[in-house]
Write a protein that binds this ligand. Structure first.
Ligand code: KIV
Length: 266
């Protein structure tokens, strides 16, 4: 099985489909890595699907480091990418310092949300020799200003901005570009003009790769699921069935044992 580096991820453009998934801990990383998924992202979506926060703006550097360390202990052959959390890259200095901390924790690359608006920070991280994954479109760390998760690139000004941001991230040398909730014709256009592989999420079928929050894919966070995800398993429901069956079996055994034996008091 191939060992995936950020350079290999970038070089895969036009050669093969690039599947990617989120991971948050050791067993999940081992399980996904055994399937040969090329890129595993310790996403700040862990704030919702693991830590119980309402959105990603509550996730801290300490949360990310803790989960990246756990994922890295699985020594994946996949390229392990760590998300830079909310407000951890406000200045170039802070961005480089925090990107280094994620790399020390075991990430091979870091992902940041934005284009020109985070230009100085992403350039500084690249100049420090740290591989970066870009993220454009609906940016979950902007949910408080946005108010809801909505499709981007329907309006002409958004279209132009997204194309300019994608071109900018290409010049910075991102090894891949996540495009989230982008209108499918636009994501196809971005894919055709960008030399870095695009990895879509809710952005139609024309990207070089696709990424999902693994919990959405396997139904292990059924209390909220984005509309564009078709779960392939109902993991929470199946686990609840297993617990119900176990409880019922044990309850039966308990009753058998306690009815057949005289109680110590009698
Ligand atoms: O945090 C995350 O999981 C992400 C992906 C869904 C792209 O950013």
């Amino acid at each position: 099985m191939d060992t995936w580096t950020p350079d290999l991820i970038r070089a895969s453009k036009g050669k093969q489909f690039l599947p990617a998934l989120t991971t948050y801990d050791y067993p999940m990383t081992r399980m996904l890595d055994e399937l040969g998924i090329p890129m595993l992202l310790v996403g700040d979506s862990l704030g919702m699907v693991v830590l119980g926060y309402p959105d990603t703006t509550h996730v801290t550097m300490e949360d990310m480091i803790h989960h990246i360390r756990a994922a890295a202990r699985a020594k994946p052959k996949a390229c392990l990418v760590g998300d830079m959390p909310y407000q951890s890259y406000e200045t170039s200095e802070q961005a480089v310092r925090n990107a280094r901390r994620l790399v020390e924790a075991g990430a091979q690359a870091v992902k940041l949300e934005g284009g020109h608006d985070i230009g100085m920070q992403i350039r500084a991280i690249r100049n420090a020799g740290i591989p970066c994954v870009g993220h454009l479109g609906m940016l979950p760390q902007h949910i408080l200003e946005e108010g809801s998760y909505k499709i981007k690139g329907r309006r002409e000004n958004e279209r132009r901005q997204l194309l300019e941001d994608a071109a900018f991230l290409e010049t910075v040398g991102v090894c891949a570009l996540v495009i989230e909730l982008v209108e499918p014709n636009l994501s196809q256009k971005i894919t055709s003009v960008t030399s870095a592989p695009t990895i879509g999420i809710g952005s139609g079928p024309h990207c070089d790769g696709q990424i999902l929050v693994t919990h959405d894919l396997v139904g292990s966070f059924p209390w909220f699921r984005p509309k564009f995800v078709k779960p392939r398993l109902q993991a929470t429901r199946q686990m609840q069935d297993a617990v119900r069956t176990w409880r019922c079996d044990e309850d039966g055994l308990y009753k058998q044992n306690h009815h057949s034996k005289p109680s110590p008091a009698s």
